[in-house]
Write a protein that binds this ligand. Structure first.
Ligand code: PPS
Length: 570
């Protein structure tokens, strides 16, 4: 463990021990209790160990935690706005005592660090939510995480770093604070303005960073977050490819791209101060804070959690002690007559301003509509179109539900053939009977087994959908809650349409193609849907079909038209 003092950014912690010591410690650690780190904890630990969270030397103890929550300061008075804590569940904590050593492992089981446990306590999560994020409202991603995903007990203590968390992607763009400081020194960069982002960068962002760098006559560091961002954000793989395209449009040798494996909390003003301190540790002298920095969106009342410039105000409050200068920016808008971007507060009366919101941008991507050059570079748009293809190129699941003998399989088969005839997507049919012969051959018809069966179908369909194919599922799927879960899982990766084949029980029983209803009535088959087991009809299916008044061919055509009207085929 060491500290480094350099002209870039002040004292820097390094919590790693040498590789020889690490090997010895790993052997000893075999006898310690061990904790598998969550993704967020791995992000936090990486930045603790490499000094990006200097002056912290581990996860906060109880007193420091209380002080940070209440005052944005460590107990020694140092400015630190964000609690960085190790949460575990009560059952695990019961086995630990202060003074114990704990081995901390990554997802592959590698010991990343040892924690010398100094504190074990149960935090008041509501107070943390109120004081740090401004509200105990689960619409805030960090509050949701705090209440629903993080453990109830916190462990504090100093860390000893044994191994770097591994990354297999974009290795050339990942730097520790020490490495980045060394690079600045080598390149002769004295003043560095950092830009933080969790979104793809378009022309407005480029103009903003250009202006910031010019204003303070500094080099520019684009340092996007690639750890955890707001749920629903564009994945970092696509974003980094976009940044790489954008980088070509900056003057040579002025700008650098480096990735930050931070787990954001979306904590607005406090998070801005935290981001600034992290950038100071990376050796930057200036930090851009724009509109709604690290904003979490709307609260459960539909109002913004923070004001658009609250983050700038808080940064101003700590101006004299933070050790890095803020470069504040207003929102940039495109002035059509001047064909250039300008801060919104400099627009003169009568000037025509153009803007495409994030929502509108996503709509245009999903409809395959034009995205103008003034908004973004064509290479960036191309990259995003690859990741977010227009609806007619996206995957989709057509999910049938209905009683046994209602006609699901026949219609599904007709639909399969019609789609095959069109020939532009790969199509998979997951028919109820067929699935039960293969994927779910060991399952029966209890509620538990039926749910498992539907979840398996949903999982396979979601993989097909995610990869751009069409999955046609035709199980009975009698339970509403399971269907809802499947819809949610698939909806997150592509299209989902539910079709209720609503042929009545009387008609199904009259047809009794397989003779199962007769056997169910006689009690030979138990738990038979509609007879001795419930069927919960969907309330809002995308389509309802009764096979009494249409042929399989007509039914399949109605589904094709539905898919067309929803944009999934054209
Ligand atoms: S479920 O509830 O969705 O898991 O059912 P599923 O896998 O779609 O059922 C497939 C076929 O199993 C036959 N079968 C039964 N259905 C309902 N209840 C009981 N107890 C039962 N036992 C066997 C039935 O023929 C289903 O086929 P379909 O194609 O729906 O007629």
């Amino acid at each position: 463990m060491s500290s480094l003092i350099s002209p870039h950014g002040g004292e820097l912690k390094n919590l790693y021990v040498t590789s020889e010591v690490a090997e010895q410690q790993k052997v000893a650690a075999k006898d310690y209790p061990s904790w598998d780190l969550s993704h967020r904890q791995i992000c936090d630990i990486e930045l603790l160990l490499n000094g990006a969270f200097s002056p912290l030397e581990g996860f906060l103890g109880e007193q420091d935690y209380n002080s940070v929550v209440e005052k944005s300061r460590l107990t020694d008075g140092t400015l630190w706005p964000m609690p960085v804590t190790l949460d575990v569940d009560q059952g695990f904590a019961n086995k630990l005592s202060a003074g114990d050593k704990l081995a901390l492992r990554d997802e592959e089981g590698v010991i990343i660090a040892l924690l010398d446990i100094s504190d074990i306590w149960e935090p008041d999560k509501s107070r943390e939510a109120e004081m740090v994020f401004g509200a105990a409202d689960e619409a805030h991603p960090a509050v949701d995480y705090l209440f629903n995903r993080s453990g109830n007990i916190y462990l504090g203590g100093k860390l000893t770093g044994l191994a770097r968390p591994s990354h297999y992607d974009f290795k050339a763009l990942r730097d520790t604070p020490q490495e980045l400081r060394a690079r600045f020194e080598k390149w002769g960069w004295k003043k560095i303005v950092a830009f933080q982002t969790r979104n793809p960068m378009h022309r407005a962002h480029q103009e903003l960073t250009f202006r910031a760098a010019k204003e303070v006559e500094a080099n520019l560091l684009i340092q996007p977050v690639v750890g955890m961002t707001k749920p629903g954000d564009i994945d970092h793989f696509s974003r980094v490819r976009c940044y790489e395209h954008l980088l070509k449009n900056y003057p040579e040798q002025t700008t650098m791209l480096s990735l930050l494996p931070l787990a954001m909390r979306m904590g607005g003003p406090r998070e801005a101060v935290w981001h600034a301190l992290i950038r100071k540790n990376y050796g930057c002298t200036h930090f851009i804070v724009g509109r709604d920095h690290a904003g979490p969106g709307k609260n459960s009342q539909g109002e913004d959690f923070y004001g658009p410039y609250d983050a700038q105000d808080l940064m101003t409050q700590y101006r004299d002690e933070i050790g890095i200068k803020m470069v504040p920016f207003k929102m940039m808008v495109y002035v059509e007559d001047k064909a250039e971007y300008q801060p919104v507060d400099t627009i003169k009366e009568g000037e025509k301003v153009l803007n495409i919101s994030g929502t509108e941008f996503r709509r245009r991507l999903s409809e395959g509509l034009e995205i103008p050059d003034w908004f973004s570079y064509s290479e960036v748009v191309k990259e995003l179109r690859k990741r977010y293809p227009a609806k007619h190129k996206q995957g989709v699941t057509v999910f049938f539900t209905g009683l046994s003998g209602s006609g699901k399989s026949t219609i599904a088969n007709a639909l399969l053939n019609k789609l095959m005839e069109m020939g532009d997507r790969s199509i998979t049919l997951l028919d109820g009977d067929v699935v039960r012969k293969n994927l779910s051959s060991e399952l029966g018809f209890s509620k538990e087994h039926r749910n498992l069966n539907i979840q398996r179908i949903g999982y396979v369909a979601s993989e097909i959908t995610k990869n751009g194919g069409i999955a046609i599922c035709a199980p009975i799927a009698p339970y509403k809650e399971t269907r809802r879960q499947v819809r949610e899982m698939i909806g997150a990766v592509g299209g989902f349409i539910e079709i209720h084949v609503a042929t009545s029980l009387e008609v199904c029983e009259q047809r009794d193609r397989k003779g199962l209803y007769a056997m169910a009535r006689e009690g030979i088959i138990k738990e038979f849907t509609g007879i001795s087991d419930p069927y919960e009809a969907p309330e809002n299916p995308e389509l309802l079909i009764d096979t009494v008044d249409c042929t399989p061919d007509e039914a399949a055509m109605r589904i094709l038209l539905k898919l067309e009207s929803m944009g999934f085929i054209r």
